[in-house]
Write a protein that binds this ligand. Structure first.
Ligand SMILES: C[S@@+](CC[C@H](N)C(=O)[O-])C[C@H]1O[C@@H](n2cnc3c(N)ncnc32)[C@H](O)[C@@H]1O
Length: 298
């Protein structure tokens, strides 16, 4: 599998175990592809279940396309769960204190993860899970048919088909990362990328009740992700922590009806400001005519 240049930044990353060292499992246009066999589903797979390595996209931007996910999930009915950015055990201690047993919970981009079922087992039974891949939604309906309080629907998270104020908690794990996959420069997300994330967050804010929480689990650290979340029009506050041993993942909690602080608002403003143009290059084609003074910006 071809390797492409690596740069630091936000990336979509597939991991077998949170304890694994990160470099070989970084995925991105700027990162080496995961070696086949490194992305096997992890310990959540039930005993005796056949678990094969997922098919990786040729190009990282394909993580944004439903066709890729449909193809990847074609055997999901017969395989065990696959967890992005850690399984339930790895973030349980952070997640459960944010939840009440009676909460109406919405899981965005549920994929083949056991998160929704683990919520049920943990005493949070009212869970609706959506994914735009009808293939994985059908597979989850079959896998968890014995748990009627778990609902599964095919839906695009950019346009949720739920009325306003209908959930107490919205969770996402790796779904925004998929929507941002293929971004060339994580420091300067394209206007298309900013718009896509805004579509999702606007929908999340709309379906949350006042006081509701949006919880996001991701490989994207605050320097890349916080400015997306720190927008006053969503009407929520922002907290951040990490989970996982060895390599850390990021856990963000937004609470609707609370406020961002001044620092966060300033950070959020950076997302909407026009990136400053690069400094004038200093051309050195002809040493006799070099204008060194012209290259000095006072
Ligand atoms: C990186 S996987 C994460 C799966 C799961 N949440 C987990 O933690 O393992 C991203 C998931 O988001 C889904 N997805 C991507 N874009 C979506 C969209 N616009 N609407 C709904 N689901 C989407 C994909 O089908 C895929 O299942």
């Amino acid at each position: 599998m071809t390797e492409v240049p690596r740069v630091r930044g936000e990336h979509l990353q597939e991991r077998a175990e949170p304890q694994d060292p990160p470099p070989s499992s970084y995925l991105g246009d700027w990162a080496p592809k995961l070696r086949p066999g490194c992305g096997a589903a992890q310990s959540m797979a039930s005993p005796g279940t056949s678990v094969s390595s997922p098919e990786l996209p040729e190009q990282n931007f394909q993580y944004r396309e439903v066709q890729y996910w449909d193809q990847r999930y074609k055997d999901a009915t017969d395989s065990g769960p696959y967890e992005w950015f850690g399984d339930y055990a790895s973030f349980r201690a952070l997640l459960e204190p944010e939840l009440c047993p009676e909460d109406r919970i919405l899981v965005l981009g549920c994929g083949n993860s056991a998160l929704s079922y683990e919520l049920f087992l943990g005493g949070f039974p009212n869970v609706t899970s959506v994914d735009y891949s009808p293939v994985v939604v059908a597979a989850m309906q079959v896998r968890y048919a014995h748990v009627p309080s778990l609902r599964w629907e095919t839906m695009d998270v950019r346009a949720l088909d739920f009325p306003g104020d209908s959930f107490d908690v919205v969770l996402e794990k790796g779904t925004l990362d998929a929507l941002l996959a293929g971004e060339r420069d994580p420091w300067n997300v394209s206007s298309e990328g900013v718009h896509t994330v805004d579509q999702v967050l606007t929908e999340v804010s709309r379906v949350l009740v006042p006081g509701g929480r949006f919880i996001s689990m991701t490989s994207a650290g605050p320097h890349f992700r916080s400015r997306h979340y720190a927008q006053s029009h969503y009407g929520w506050s922002l907290r951040h922590t990490t989970y996982g041993s060895g390599f850390h993942f990021h856990f963000y909690v937004m609470q609707k009806g609370r406020e961002l602080n001044v620092t966060q608002l300033a950070l959020g403003a950076q997302l909407l400001s026009t990136p400053s143009p690069p400094a004038s290059p200093c051309f050195l084609q002809d040493s006799d005519n070099e204008d060194f003074l012209g290259a000095i910006h006072l």
